[in-house]
Design a protein around this ligand. Structure first.
Ligand SMILES: [Zn+2]
Ligand SMILES: [Zn+2]
Ligand SMILES: [Zn+2]
Length: 151
């Protein structure tokens, strides 16, 4: 099940370096993390890798298509290593939690424009917004009287 990160890097003509392998490994285990979290994850195993090195790796891997950068409106950019399957995301408005949502169509663009204005459309950006289960249970407004310890 372990993806061959070295082969992935070579396939896109990127040199195999320790920081690049560390970032790919961190994102495999922790999808949808922001830059600061990636830095923490990488430096936990490789304390000598600098912040700047992680920034550079994130940019290089994104440009090469090995990782995907997602940035829901109003949120910090997140990174994931699950690419090329056109999956979408559901984002919690309250805490910012993100989960993957399979694309119902399975390929881009998965929505048909009612009028393409002559453009060749290759993608529809789909983000689902809502409230995650944790936030839904902690913020139910009508049940506050029954919650423990607040009255
Ligand atoms: Zn939430
Ligand atoms: Zn995702
Ligand atoms: Zn879709």
């Amino acid at each position: 099940m372990t993806p061959d990160f070295e082969a992935q890097l070579r396939a896109v003509s990127l040199r195999v370096t320790r920081p690049r392998l560390a970032v790919l490994s961190a994102l495999r285990d922790h999808p949808h993390v922001d830059t600061d979290a990636v830095i923490d994850l990488v430096r936990a195993d490789h304390p000598t890798v600098s912040h700047q090195a992680v920034y550079d790796v994130l940019r290089a891997l994104t440009d090469a298509g090995l990782i995907r950068r997602i940035q829901p409106a109003g949120a910090t950019a997140r990174y994931e290593s699950r690419v090329a399957d056109n999956h979408h995301h559901v984002v919690c408005r309250s805490c910012g939690a993100i989960a993957d949502v399979e694309c119902a169509a399975g390929h881009a663009p998965c929505l048909t424009a009612s009028d393409d204005h002559g453009f060749v459309i290759d993608e529809a950006e789909v983000v689902y917004w809502g409230v995650c289960p944790d936030c839904a249970t902690s913020t139910k407004p009508t049940e506050s009287a029954s919650s423990e310890g607040t009255r």
